[in-house]
Ligand binder design. Structure first.
Ligand code: PXP
Length: 255
């Protein structure tokens, strides 16, 4: 058992902001969701400040940074503009991801080999500001070596292709993807990187990834926010009915 370090959970609150933004206003609040996640045992909070601000906004990042008692991991494109925001906000960590406006979520890993020149300045500037840099990449040896060459201390392995293959019932592809993830995690760890994983994880896939000794952090968002509806909607409806009954009873008493 000696090779197993504790494994942390970072909860991604982006989709709390997605729901809030569907109406405007302040509800539901990503900071409140973050505090609930932390009270339930989450080790940190992740939020992706996308270029188009489709969910998390600049003021969410500022409030998360100001109020959270646990580390904030800012997901961001590896651009100068985003680096400037990170350096001003000083999250605990920044995870650099590829970003295309037309995608629904982060669809692939960052190509740290092709984009090494653009990324080098951002990785260095964030590191100098004491922000722990992570690179979101596919479990590919060239990419992992590229992360080492850039001087990033952490990689986050993209688990999306594996999760997609499982969801599609493509057993052989899923097995091959999982082998890549396991080998990539081991390779990264041997090269001295801290290895995280994320994207598309649910209870079952998180359990499987947690069995890999080199992986020390999972970042999970969409499934957890969906589960908050599945597990939490009943309690919210009960509270609403109680409020309605109180209103009726008070009005009756006053009449
Ligand atoms: N890690 C990274 C780098 C991501 O971009 C995302 C999606 O925002 C996640 C983890 C979480 O993925 P999911 O929302 O599918 O759990």
């Amino acid at each position: 058992m000696s090779g197993f370090r504790p494994i942390r959970l970072g909860v991604n609150v982006d989709h709390v902001a997605t729901v809030r933004n569907a109406r405007g206003g302040q509800h539901p609040d990503p900071l409140q969701a973050a505090e609930i996640a932390i009270a339930a045992g989450a080790d940190g909070i992740t939020a992706h400040l996308r270029e188009d601000r489709r969910h998390i906004r600049d003021d969410d990042i500022a409030r998360l940074k100001e109020h959270l008692r646990k580390p904030l991991n800012l997901e961001m494109a590896g651009t100068e503009d985003m680096a400037a925001i990170a350096i001003t906000t000083r999250p605990h960590a920044a995870c650099l991801v590829p970003e295309r406006r037309e995608e629904r979520t982060t669809e692939g890993g960052l190509d740290v080999v092709t984009h090494r020149h653009e990324l080098a300045d951002v990785v260095t500037a964030l590191g100098k500001a004491n922000i722990r840099v992570s690179l979101f990449i596919a479990p590919d040896e060239r990419q992992i070596e590229g992360a080492v060459a850039l001087g990033a201390p952490v990689i986050e392995i993209h688990t999306g292709a594996w999760c997609d293959a499982l969801a599609a019932g493509e057993t052989a592809r899923a097995a091959a993807e999982f082998t890549r993830i396991a080998a990539g995690a081991e390779f990264g760890s041997r090269l001295g990187l801290e290895v995280h994983a994320g994207h598309g994880l649910d209870y079952s896939t998180a359990e499987t990834i947690a069995a890999l000794p080199s992986v020390v952090e999972l970042n999970i968002g969409h499934f957890l926010i969906g589960e908050a509806i599945a597990i939490g909607l009943g309690a919210a409806v009960e509270q609403m009915l109680a409020a309605m009954r109180r209103g009726r009873v008070m009005a009756k008493a006053a009449s």
